[in-house]
Design a protein. Structure first.
Ligand code: MN
Length: 739
């Protein structure tokens, strides 16, 4: 029940939602939203959020994001208000069907489909969830847009949750939701999701960059004012109506750049971009944007290889603009983005709003095409969730190249795509039968990586069949899926042969041929699917010897039931064959792992990020091995958290342990006699640390080095790095993981 004050607050928030909802068309629309609002208030009346606030604030905020940030339609706003009703209250989908139009019922159905997968501890719940969400796209794109708004509000209120939940949700957001928002052309949402993720996974980094940005704001403003002054003049002189915005790079993107190039904040040169938005009719917008380009380059010289024409060929997410980088009079590179007002609106709130209101045939066509592709690609519902996500991620992240058929048709492909990807892009059968390609009239193998502008002709042969190595040559999910399917069909031909052979082997040893025993054997071999197992047996790659070995591994009878449990973490096609081992480990997972010399709970530190005391860490339950400890900012750790949230365990360093840990640093310096001496002096004398190995390579006066050494903890290591930085010959230094 609500208090009087809460009722007032709910009413106030509702009024605000209506104010934000600018594109309301008629009374019927307003009525629909009102009914949804009333139902949400009623249905959630006894529920509270973690913050103790009334639950209904949440759907109200989600609806506000749909209205304001995405500018969606009335149906979407109503659905956002109702999005948790069926899942969390006594109201059912039938109730919704009775009270609302079929569209609303369908979207709510799509939003609620994810229910019922949470009772199974073994599969990746998140992967399964995400897969169902993407498949719900096939029904209505608004399902995904509302899910993104839902995630956005959950990220904004994440501080109310426990640390493990924060890490799980933040990783998931970074790995899946932010790229998805980008793919849907929702730049502002993508940026906020990334920044919030960083804020929760690496609060110090986030704070550091935020403060740096704040402190440098004044200088930046001064520079920008001076820079745009002549631009404004020339635009005014030619009577072009314009607005200028300055877009500052997001904290997350700055951090990515600092890491990728191993540079401090001050060295990130493109902290901001200047955006020129011109008011011009759609018919002449392209011409007018180029006119502005021409005027600007009269003032500033452009960098010739940094012109990006996203107007002639929009990005796959619908983005359109003309980008260039110019040299300022003070010798600094500045990025300028030129767009029409229409392009700007699409970039701000995604193409969805335009899609629903203006019915412009070409707008958002790229995303529609993408959705069609997603639908056909992922039609196969028993594609297992984790490999689905892997393939889907490929599709989300990719930047694109433009290639051409011999007739001049353009084909967009992700960076890294090969001739074989191209073949599958043209047609499945062409893919299956391809034997080679001509790229710009030169003969190349199928694994040849294409570049933008390549003209590609595929050479086929009727006798060709898809090969399993092909999976290594392709980067598009489309090609991967078709190859997998073809290989599977091929393998199925051997199904019976393999099965009969295995029956014979079982008979020879004297064990029952039953489902469970076959499953145990399959797990022993580590083969993902039964089709693959029978195929390997038919091919005589697995035989009686393996079965015997498998039996010997077991030490108690009835021998087969005690065989090794669970041998893989992915690729399970069948819910029935799930092993109880991981579920058991998750059920019994410890409250916390204490890391240090004395071990209560068995754990291992992950090689990928090599945590040492003082690092912020988490543990992840693995099927068989001890608990794996990752740094919270480790890419692999985040990937695991984003797929297996239920396996996260709190981990903490035991402060009292005075032991040493192996760590690595890498550096680049100017080759001058003496600086290596200074370096080792800092490590061995000033810090009294023991060096395990020291590698140096020099070329052209530049020395690169890698040092492995024993340190006390992360603080110790960071201080050391800070001290080494002071040596003036050292140009770059950073922590490195042992190899
Ligand atoms: Mn929700």
């Amino acid at each position: 029940m609500y208090t009087e004050e809460e009722r007032k607050e709910i009413a106030a928030r509702y009024r605000e939602l209506l104010r934000d909802w600018k594109n309301r068309k008629d009374k019927d629309e307003a009525k629909l939203v009102r009914i949804a609002f009333d139902l949400a208030v009623e249905a959630h009346k006894d529920m509270r959020r973690r913050s103790r606030e009334p639950y209904v604030y949440h759907p109200l905020e989600v609806a506000a994001i749909c209205a304001k940030d995405m500018r969606l339609d009335a149906t979407s706003i109503a659905c956002a208000l109702l999005h948790d009703v069926v899942e969390d209250t006594e109201y059912t989908l039938e109730d919704i069907e009775r009270m609302f139009n079929p569209q609303v019922a369908m979207i709510i159905g799509g939003l609620t489909k994810m229910k019922g997968i949470f009772d199974d501890g073994t599969r990746s719940i998140q992967a399964e969830y995400f897969k169902r969400m993407i498949l719900a796209l096939a029904e209505d794109m608004r399902v995904i847009l509302i899910k993104l708004a839902d995630r956005m509000h959950n990220m904004r209120t994440l501080h109310h949750l426990s640390r493990e939940k924060q890490l799980k949700i933040a990783s998931e957001t970074l790995v899946l939701y932010a790229p998805l928002a980008y793919r849907m052309g929702l730049y502002n949402i993508k940026t906020e999701l990334e920044d919030l993720s960083l804020k929760f996974t690496e609060p110090e980094v986030y704070e550091h960059i935020r403060i740096q940005l704040e402190q440098s704001a004044k200088d930046r403003d001064r520079f920008i004012n001076r820079f745009i002054y002549p631009v404004k003049n020339i635009l005014a002189k030619h009577e072009i109506p314009y607005m200028i915005h300055v877009r500052t790079k997001s904290i997350f993107s700055i951090w990515q750049k600092m890491q990728r190039q191993n540079i401090p904040f001050e060295d990130v040169y493109d902290i901001f971009a200047v955006r020129i938005i011109i008011d011009t009719p759609a018919e002449t917008e392209k011409l007018d944007c180029w006119k502005v380009y021409s005027l600007i380059t009269d003032v500033y010289k452009p960098k010739h290889d940094r012109v990006r024409d996203w107007i002639s060929i929009p990005k796959a997410n619908g983005y359109e603009a003309l980008h260039l980088t110019v040299m300022s009079h003070s010798g600094r590179w500045v990025e300028i983005q030129i767009r029409s007002r229409r392009m700007h609106e699409i970039a701000e709130s995604g193409f969805a709003s335009h899609h629903y209101y203006k019915n412009m045939p070409d707008e958002g066509k790229a995303i529609e095409d993408w959705l069609v592709r997603i639908r056909e690609q992922f039609q196969n519902p028993d594609n297992d969730a984790l490999s689905f996500i892997d393939d889907f991620k490929l599709d989300l992240y990719s930047e694109e190249i433009y290639t051409f058929t011999p007739k001049g048709d353009m084909r967009k492909l992700p960076v890294g795509a090969t001739a074989l990807d191209f073949a599958y892009n043209i047609h499945t059968e062409i893919g299956h039968q391809s034997i080679g390609a001509k790229v710009n009239l030169t003969l190349v193998p199928l694994k040849h990586i294409l570049k933008s502008g390549d003209q590609v002709e595929i050479i086929t042969s009727k006798v060709q069949r898809p090969q399993s190595e092909w999976l290594d040559y392709v980067v598009t999910a489309r090609a991967k899926n078709y190859i997998k399917e073809a290989l599977k069909a091929e393998k199925k031909k051997y199904y019976k042969q393999g099965k009969d052979l295995l029956k014979e082997y079982f008979k020879e040893i004297g064990i029952d041929y039953n489902k469970q025993n076959v499953r145990q054997f399959q797990e022993y071999t580590g083969i993902n699917s039964i089709i693959d197992l029978y195929y390997e047996i038919a091919m005589k790659k697995i035989g009686l010897k393996d079965l015997k070995n498998c039996c010997q591994k077991s030490d108690k009878g009835p021998w087969f039931n005690a065989l090794l449990p669970f041998s893989r973490s992915k690729g399970n096609n069948n819910a029935n064959t799930l092993d109880s081992a991981i579920a058991e480990r998750i059920r019994n997972k410890p409250e916390e792992v204490l890391l240090g010399e004395k071990i209560d709970i068995e754990y291992k530190v992950a090689k990928c990020c090599n945590p040492i005391p003082g690092d912020d860490v988490i543990g992840i339950i693995t099927p068989r091995k001890p608990i794996m400890v990752h740094r919270v900012n480790c890419k692999i750790g985040q990937d695991l958290m984003s797929s297996f949230g239920n396996r996260i365990v709190k981990a903490k360093w035991n402060k009292k342990d005075p032991i040493l840990f192996l760590a690595g640093i890498q550096f680049t310096g100017i080759d001058k006699i003496g600086f290596i001496y200074q370096l080792t002096d800092v490590i061995s004398n000033k810090y009294a640390l023991k060096i395990r190995s020291f590698n140096l390579t020099s070329s052209n006066e530049v020395t690169e080095g890698k040092i492995m050494l024993y340190v006390h903890d992360a603080k110790n290591l960071n201080e050391l790095i800070g001290e080494i930085k002071k040596i003036k010959e050292i140009k770059k230094i950073s922590r490195m993981n042992p190899v």
